[in-house]
Write a protein that binds this ligand. Structure first.
Ligand code: ADP
Length: 178
């Protein structure tokens, strides 16, 4: 199970590197200072070049659960949407709401800039430590709800590891038969 239709939007699942995706907007799992880092954030800045960081510096920062747009520099995409997911600290500190908000706000900002195809990494599941299975469920719930009110043709979940691929497959399966 690697695809699911939600209204007029296709949710798709691919394994690979988000920086090479041919979509209108890719989402970055950024930190609140927008200062770059490791993981997917580092990969996006490395592949996209310095124009992305220059714009991040001008913007200055982004609160957890929110999203901001910059150029995509040299990337094939037109926009990078930088969102800040929550750091996992046990689940009682509002993490699910903040993670859902990160997905929702990213889609809204992407749509505000005319993007119709949007690729997401698995936000917060790297150094931020969010359990991958819980994060996948929240991502799919939040995206499925958000697209109902937006003109988005495709939301692509780009997973890196084999374990992430299997987790997303499992999470998509029951939704396909609903
Ligand atoms: P966070 O700080 O939000 O936890 P990370 O970048 O550490 O963000 O990890 C988020 C997810 O992105 C992890 O599942 C990691 O394996 C994945 N990831 C890392 N590099 C890439 C990439 N180039 N493309 C897609 N996903 C990536």
């Amino acid at each position: 199970m690697t695809e699911l239709n939600v209204g007029k939007t296709r949710l798709t699942l691919v394994q690979g590197d988000i920086t090479v995706q041919q979509v209108d907007a890719i989402v970055n799992a950024a930190n609140a200072a927008l200062r770059g880092g490791g993981g997917v954030d580092g990969a996006i800045h490395r592949a996209g070049g310095p124009d992305i960081m220059a714009e991040c510096r001008r913007i200055g920062g982004c609160p957890t659960g929110q999203a901001v747009r910059t150029t995509a520099g040299r990337l094939p995409a037109d926009h990078v949407i930088h969102t800040v997911g929550p750091v996992w600290s046990g689940g009682d500190a509002g993490e699910p709401d903040l993670l859902a908000s990160a997905y929702r706000r990213s889609l809204q900002v992407a749509a505000d800039h005319g993007a119709r195809t949007v690729a997401f990494p698995s936000i917060s599941t790297g150094v931020y430590g969010y359990p991958k299975d819980l994060a996948a469920e929240t991502a799919l719930d939040a995206v499925s709800t958000a697209v109902a009110n937006l003109d988005i043709d495709e939301v692509r979940f780009v997973v890196f590891g084999d374990d992430d691929l299997e987790i997303y497959r499992q999470a998509l399966q029951p939704r396909a038969s609903q």
